[in-house]
Design a protein around this ligand. Structure first.
Ligand SMILES: Cc1ncc(COP(=O)(O)O)c(C=O)c1O
Length: 660
């Protein structure tokens, strides 16, 4: 059956149009066009007067038609509907526009049959079977009001697909939520509900704390021992905090008489810690750590960051271009919020990617434009892939504004060499695309043949990149510090329009300031104790122990995974993750489809139930079609990690045997 929209596409073919018009004039129900039977009645039935008018116009070769008082281009009508649908599917926004686009006779209702025709025209893409069931239950001349249509849309779109699986577990059931007031049974009691809430948030997904992790939480609350390797949260799995940081932070927080000015302070703290804490307290000022700071963060701390960057890159950096933020996450959010201005704004993100990008793009109702990293070339971002994806996005009418890179990579673990970065910087510079360089793992480079190079350094040293607009992110959550709970981080703006910078400042101001302990932590990260200071030796020892532990476990994990038949893993040159590719038996793939989960979610859930190891299915980060895998950190202590490596093997074997 061919819909009116497919007919629209055929209107350029005069003989077909003549055939349609003849068939219509003699009252035929359907007609063969080539090998396909076109149901003329279907289109007429939905809104007889409108569709007949459209058919007539088409068969008369018309380009546009008056529907009510508005002139509608027939071509545009179909393009408009499709783009509203795409927008809704990808962003959860624009349900009103979609309603209007389908209700082109402005009746303020949509007939059931009209909706069928529309769905047919979009190839029923992304429509959940239950939505058809609901339509079947209505009479075909039923007219859906705007509100009915929106509720139907909620059902139709697959946002909650996975919750239909046997592993049904939604955020509502999280065991960590704690006791709540009983809810009334009446589904209409709350006006703020699933149907009226931001559909962009409803659509947003965050796999790192997604379905598998929720199940792990549930199992843990039932007393099962879980090894959480799903998230780069080192101290949560046993990494000790570095003493120096904690000592300085404590003295910054404590009232002076109980800390820096206490008569016994030198018996409790090394002298250089006391000196540093005094310095920091002076910088923060008499108001102390319990007060708001300037929106961009304390100037002297930003100067520390600028000095660190200048020294790292060999190029000047400026305190005025630094924003101190609540981890890198809030910096990324500030930037994306300021960049995305409409539903056709595209942000290029690597696939696989760290899902903060997909989550924020969904939340801000922009469009994600994925570019695939080449697994066979150590996850490189190639020039041909970037250009192809840009062209595709542009041909779909998207306006690509920014591109994110993650170096060292999460979840992929690669460390880019200069040539890799040159390609990306040149591409962004040539196409006027803002480069977002996520460099939170810059201290986590384990491969001795690799060094971290910042995108800024490479841009400044590559001819043709002079105009590159760049924002770089760093964090106190990673490296060997692992102070994720401090929420410290910064972003550096390079070549960013001063109006935009002011708007970023305004946006940061609306959140007043980033947290002060996080700002202190950032200052400490970029200005650790120096050689010759009392704390230096212990500090170095602690850092080295953490770093070497990560490096050794990274090697052991990748080696162990590669020994398993059916698992292949690229080296974890940097960051905190291994991202193996796994072969999943056909029967398991079929079973996963039956229970509405991705094959690697099935695998990860099975691993969790069998071994207590909690990984993230690779599908949560995006991956090439047909690839399956998972991401695991190598952060747990040696004994647990070594045990986990053995369990990865035994589980893989039992999983394959179960589905062979
Ligand atoms: C690539 C990447 N960017 C940003 C973040 C956010 O880190 P935070 O907000 O803790 O600084 C993470 C956290 O895992 C990450 O992996």
């Amino acid at each position: 059956m061919i819909s009116v929209h497919q007919l629209l596409a055929k209107r350029t073919n005069p003989s077909r149009n003549l055939a349609i018009s003849r068939a219509l004039s003699v009252g035929k129900q359907s007609i063969y066009l080539g090998s396909s039977q076109v149901n003329l009645d279907l289109a007429k039935r939905t809104n007889p007067s409108r569709n007949l008018a459209i058919f007539r116009a088409l068969s008369g070769g018309k380009e546009s038609i008056y529907l009510g008082s508005s002139q509608v281009s027939l071509d545009r009508l179909s393009i408009w509907q499709k783009s509203c649908w795409e927008t809704y599917l990808t962003t959860g926004r624009g349900s009103d526009n979609l309603f209007q686009s389908i209700d082109s006779n402005r009746s303020r209702t949509i007939a059931v049959d009209e909706l069928h025709v529309f769905l047919d025209s979009v190839g029923n893409k992304g429509v959940h079977p239950r939505a058809f069931k609901m339509l079947d239950e209505l009479t075909h001349d039923h007219n859906l009001s705007r509100q009915e249509f929106k509720s139907w849309l909620n059902l139709a779109t697959n946002f909650h697909q996975e919750q239909e699986s046997q592993y049904e577990l939604g955020y509502e059931k999280l065991p960590h939520l704690g006791e709540r007031k009983p809810q009334p049974d009446d589904a209409n009691y709350h006006t703020w509900n699933e149907h009226t809430m931001s559909q962009a948030v409803r659509k947003m997904e965050y796999a790192v704390r997604g379905q598998v992790v929720m199940r792990a939480d549930e199992l843990q609350s039932q007393g099962k021992e879980i090894l959480f390797t799903n998230i780069g949260n080192p101290q949560a799995v046993g990494q000790a905090p570095i003493t120096y940081y904690r000592q300085v932070m404590a003295l910054c927080d404590l009232p002076a008489q109980d800390g820096v000015d206490h008569p016994n302070v030198y018996q409790m703290f090394p002298a250089d810690v006391v000196v540093r804490a005094r310095e920091l307290r002076k910088t923060i000022g008499p108001a102390g750590t319990g007060s708001y700071t300037g929106s961009q963060g304390i100037l002297q701390f930003r100067q520390n960051v600028a000095d660190f960057i200048s020294q790292r890159d060999g190029h000047p950096a400026y305190a005025g271009n630094i924003f101190l933020t609540n981890g890198a996450s809030s910096a990324i959010e500030l930037v994306l919020t300021t960049i995305i201005s409409s539903e056709i704004d595209g942000i290029m993100v690597p696939i696989p990617q760290y899902p903060i990008y997909s989550a924020l793009i969904a939340k801000l109702a922009g469009r994600q434009v994925g570019y695939f990293l080449d697994e066979t070339d150590n996850w490189a971002a190639t020039e041909s892939e970037l250009s192809q994806r840009l062209e595709e996005a542009q041909s779909e009418g998207l306006n690509v504004k920014a591109l994110a890179i993650i170096n060292p990579g999460n979840p992929t673990g690669q460390v880019y060499i200069r040539e890799d970065l040159e390609v990306v910087c040149k591409f962004c510079s040539d196409n006027g695309i803002v480069l977002l360089a996520d460099e939170v793992y810059q201290r986590n480079v384990y491969d001795p043949s690799k060094t971290f190079l910042s995108a800024k350094k490479v841009a400044l040293e590559t001819p043709g990149c002079e105009n590159l607009q760049l924002v770089s992110f760093h964090s106190t959550s990673k490296g060997v510090i692992g102070e994720c709970g401090r929420r410290g981080g910064y972003m550096e703006l390079h070549n960013i329009d001063k109006y935009i910078q002011a708007q970023l400042y305004k946006l940061a101001s609306s959140g007043l300031c980033s947290n002060v302990p996080g700002q202190i932590m950032t200052s400490l990260m970029v200005k650790p104790p120096e050689q010759g200071e009392v704390s230096h030796e212990r500090f170095e020892e602690e850092e080295t122990e953490i770093f070497d532990g990560m490096k050794n476990r990274a090697e052991a994990l990748v080696e162990g995974l590669n020994k398993v038949d059916g698992i292949v893993c690229n080296p974890a040159e940097g960051a905190m993750y291994a991202f193996p590719k796994i072969e999943i038996p056909e029967k398991a793939i079929a079973h996963a489809a039956e229970i509405h989960v991705s094959p690697d979610t099935l695998y990860a859930l099975s691993l969790l139930e069998e071994t207590g190891i909690c990984v993230v299915p690779a599908s949560g980060f995006g991956q090439a079609e047909g690839r399956f895998g998972f991401r695991t950190t190598f952060l747990p202590p040696d004994d647990k990690m070594m045990g986990a490596i053995d369990q990865f093997k035994s589980h893989h074997e039992s999983f394959c045997a179960r589905y062979s």
